[in-house]
Design a protein around this ligand. Structure first.
Ligand code: ADP
Ligand code: MG
Length: 678
């Protein structure tokens, strides 16, 4: 069936659907809700939690009244009762609702309950006399664009399910479905859109995630195999790395040495290096990368070093230039916003082989950059680079060796999914003398005391970061935004100190200027959005204050915290939050108690794993439709088992596997096209 044959889809709606990436009935059926509202359970008012969305069954005990607050704003409210409690019900700008409410009649209301002590409120709930239609179900919510409503989506998908369900085929072969007790595809598709209960939803989602991850893993593996068949570089066996290590001002940790030796072995072997170095923030990964670059240089090759942001690239450029100066390496910085002539001269230097090390953001992989003899590619904070990008940069040389560095430790099976089949080195210790970062979680009332504390630290020669979640003022959210916070703190507390401001909307040169001033200690305080999240290294900074910390996830908070504690001085991390929900409070507590990124990510997995899957956002990775690599840990493990079984028994060659093979090929193509930046 064509999409246009679905009841209700005319020319206009068809266009909108296309713009949502939906071109066929198959696409429509694979357009999954991004969240659900559980409207299937009726709760007693007294059993509800603050901010909980649920259905209550009430009678109205007062006549609704409409108040006209100001122009275009009126509020209709009434008191309702459900045998356990009264509740104040109100609607904005729906005065007509007065006429729908009758005395002595039972109504079902769905909406967000607010509970202050034992007073309950619900505003703008859905009102219904019956527990059916939009109520009494787990209600799917789709991401839609203007011109298509959620209701439209529900109707279209209903229609498609009714008429096209037979066209859906199992991609995971039947024998696997049976062995591993996986829901069959038809049920899975039907129930992901219209689950009757949580168990059914979960079973459907499990099947779809498994399918997607199995396809992804097999596609990654096949890609790795094909990459390995090509030519490799065998770097010289020499003492260059030893000399480099001896030249350092400090001793490497055991973890760093092991990582360096792993790299060295890979580089001089016939194998092509494809290695992930993971180590907590501050564990000293940059030095490890530098050792690899030295080896590449001494064998006569160029190296590329990619970082996710301009700020970070600039910083790496500076430290690499310094560390390499006595070894004679020529380092250049390639950014997206160089002037034309600057860019041309850099590009020329890269092509002629004048530059040995090319540092930059993704600008490095733009098509017009030509290397003389690229032998090594390093990407820092890899989780921001896609597989496609790695492949693309690999294509630039004679199959250069690849080194990936990440501060987000990931379990093996996850690494498998992210990186195909990289070898992994783990640095699991910090340089000597590092102190645990003291972390505190406080409310907004502490601001003044914090300001005094910061001032004291600055007087002792230190610097501070202040981070807040937003750039611009938001009308709907009660959150700090960077300009306002900057102005306020400046006026109220720090008028005599030099304070800088940094956010993502600033132009690159401006950002660098601000960063440079902070690095050089010209500014003592940096008020910033999360653009400083990854990698920024200012040793003198020993305080980081994070506003609205409840808005951030654990790993992001940990990354931010990693901006301090980068020397042997005592550092502090202060989380200012409005934490409401149990989960938010728990997150703050974990941050206070846990300093190790590895432990933290375990807890993160556990917390999210046990969390309610209904209502969670999908992964931000455009390649994946439903699986979330960070949250679906268990399923990814299970998929890995299945994948291994399929591989070991060479099942892909059997007839049962035609659909799976088709999907693997499609996924490979997507992988190669894929460009992920955020
Ligand atoms: P990350 O792993 O977060 O990228 P960096 O490579 O930026 O960490 O290192 C953090 C800081 O620690 C840098 O200033 C670096 O010079 C320093 N450092 C790295 N290794 C050691 C070591 N073995 N001993 C002392 N300081 C070190
Ligand atoms: Mg780093």
């Amino acid at each position: 069936m064509e999409l246009s044959e679905v009841k209700g889809i005319g020319k206009k709606k068809l266009e909108v659907l296309n713009s949502m990436g939906i071109f066929s009935v198959d696409d429509l059926l694979n357009y999954f809700p991004y969240r659900y509202e559980n409207r299937s359970i009726i709760k007693n008012i007294t059993d509800t939690r603050d901010e909980e969305n649920c259905v209550i069954k009430v009678k109205f005990i007062s006549k609704p009244i409409t108040k006209y607050l100001r122009k275009n704003l009126n509020l209709t409210s009434a008191i309702a009762f459900d045998n356990t409690s009264k509740i104040n019900v109100s609607w904005f700008n729906q005065p007509f609702i007065r006429n729908q409410i009758l005395p002595n009649t039972t109504y079902y209301l769905y909406g967000k309950i607010q509970r202050v002590q034992n007073q309950f409120k619900i505003s703008s709930p859905i009102l219904s006399k019956t527990f059916e239609g939009k109520l009494g179900i787990i209600y799917p919510i789709y991401k839609v664009k203007k011109g298509i409503t959620n209701n439209d989506m529900i109707k279209f998908i209903d229609f498609a399910l009714k008429h096209c369900i037979d066209e859906i085929k199992n991609v995971i072969p039947y024998s696997m479905i049976k062995n591993y007790d996986i829901e069959n595809k038809r049920n899975a598709i039907k129930n992901i859109h219209k689950p009757v209960d949580y168990a059914q939803f979960k079973r459907a989602r499990t099947a779809l995630v498994l399918e997607e991850v199995i396809i992804m893993q097999l596609a990654m593996k096949s890609m790795k195999t094909s990459l390995n068949n090509e030519n490799y570089i065998q770097f010289d066996e020499d003492k260059s790395i030893d000399y480099f290590i001896k030249s350092l001002k400090f001793e490497l940790t055991k973890g760093q040495i092991d990582a360096v030796r792993d790299i060295e072995k890979d580089m001089i072997s016939k194998k092509r290096m494809n290695r992930l170095v993971q180590g907590d923030v501050g564990s000293g990964k940059t030095i490890v990368a530098e050792a690899a670059i030295i080896k590449s240089f001494s064998s006569g090759y160029q190296s590329a070093f990619m970082a996710p942001t301009d700020i970070l690239a600039t910083q790496h450029y500076e430290s690499l230039s310094e560390d390499f100066s006595k070894f004679g390496l020529k380092v250049c910085l390639l950014k997206s916003d160089l002037s034309k002539s600057e860019k041309n001269s850099v590009l020329e230097g890269i092509q002629s082989g004048y530059f040995d090390v090319i540092v930059g953001t993704h600008a490095i992989i733009q098509d017009f950059v030509e290397f003389k003899n690229l032998g090594l590619v390093i990407t820092d904070e890899q989780h921001r680079f896609g597989v496609g990008q790695r492949k693309k940069i690999s294509d630039k040389g004679k199959n250069p060796d690849v080194l990936v560095m990440t501060a987000t430790p990931i379990p093996r099976t996850l690494a498998l999914s992210y990186y195909g089949d990289l070898d992994i080195s783990t640095i699991n210790e910090m340089p000597k003398g590092r102190k645990i970062i003291e972390t505190y979680s406080v409310g907004f009332s502490y601001e003044k005391r914090i300001a005094t504390f910061i001032r004291k630290q600055i007087e002792s020669g230190f610097q501070a970061y202040i981070v807040c979640p937003l750039i611009e003022e938001s009308e709907t959210l009660d959150l700090e935004n960077v300009t306002e916070l900057y102005n306020r703190l400046n006026n109220e507390y720090f008028s005599d100190l030099s304070v800088g401001m940094l956010h993502g909307k600033m132009k690159s040169p401006e950002k660098e200027e601000v960063m440079k001033d902070f690095v050089e200690g010209k500014t003592k305080i940096l008020v910033s959005t999360t653009v400083i999240e990854v990698g920024v290294n200012v040793k003198k900074a020993n305080v980081i204050v994070i506003y609205n910390a409840e808005r951030f996830g654990l790993s992001q908070l940990h990354q931010l915290r990693g901006r301090v504690g980068r020397s042997s001085n005592q550092s502090y991390c202060i989380l200012i939050s409005n934490a409401h929900s149990d989960e938010q409070i728990e997150r703050m507590n974990i941050m206070v108690k846990t300093n190790s990124g590895f432990e933290l990510s375990q807890k993160d997995l556990m917390m999210r794993g046990s969390g309610d899957l209904l209502g969670t956002r999908q992964s931000g990775i455009p390649l994946l439709n439903i699986a979330d690599l960070e949250k679906d840990y268990d399923l990814i493990e299970k998929a890995a088992l299945i994948t291994e079984y399929i591989e070991k028994n060479e099942l892909c060659k059997t007839k049962e596997y035609v659909y799976l093979n088709e999907e693997i090929n499609k996924f490979r193509e997507k992988l190669l096209e894929n460009v992920i930046f955020n």
